[in-house]
Design a protein around this ligand. Structure first.
Ligand code: HEC
Length: 112
């Protein structure tokens, strides 16, 4: 994965355009990311179901999500060409949720 090209594709959250989110609180796994996964991902990627419904991708925990390539995660939630669009078979996450995931990855995926 090229971190450089990834960073340069993320100018969106660096102030060139207004953020779609109205909350300046720092994005953490516990406060922001886990609730997004609860709401939109864990019915397929939760501990009890990821083998049968989530293609073997376990995102039930902080560690499970961190283990996944950030590029793959972002490509999937942004429905980029060449990535498996997620949530599978459903509409894209809200612009704010996607922004939160980006911001979290840029911040080094803080837990708390
Ligand atoms: C309806 C079930 C379902 C939901 C909801 C879902 N996924 Fe998936 N996900 C899958 C399946 C099945 C796969 C295996 C690849 C495939 O079949 O497309 C997968 C694969 C992935 C992959 C790996 C893609 C790859 O190329 O290896 C990522 C990343 C991912 N999901 C992220 C998410 C995120 C983030 C959410 C929530 C926003 C989510 N998924 C919601 C079923 C789901």
């Amino acid at each position: 994965m090229s971190l450089l090209s990834f960073a340069s594709a993320c100018t969106y959250s660096k102030g060139t355009e207004p953020s779609p989110c109205n909350d300046p609180t720092p994005v953490t796994y516990a406060k922001t990311i886990s609730p997004i996964f609860d709401a939109s991902c864990r019915k397929c990627h939760g501990a009890d179901v990821y083998v049968t419904l989530g293609g073997g991708n376990d995102y039930s925990t902080y560690e499970g999500i961190k283990r996944q390539s950030s590029r793959l995660l972002l490509g999937s939630v942004q429905h980029e060409a060449g990535f498996a669009p997620m949530p599978k078979g459903e509409a894209k996450l809200s612009a704010c949720d996607i922004e939160h995931i980006k911001t979290w990855i840029e911040a080094g995926q803080p837990n708390n």
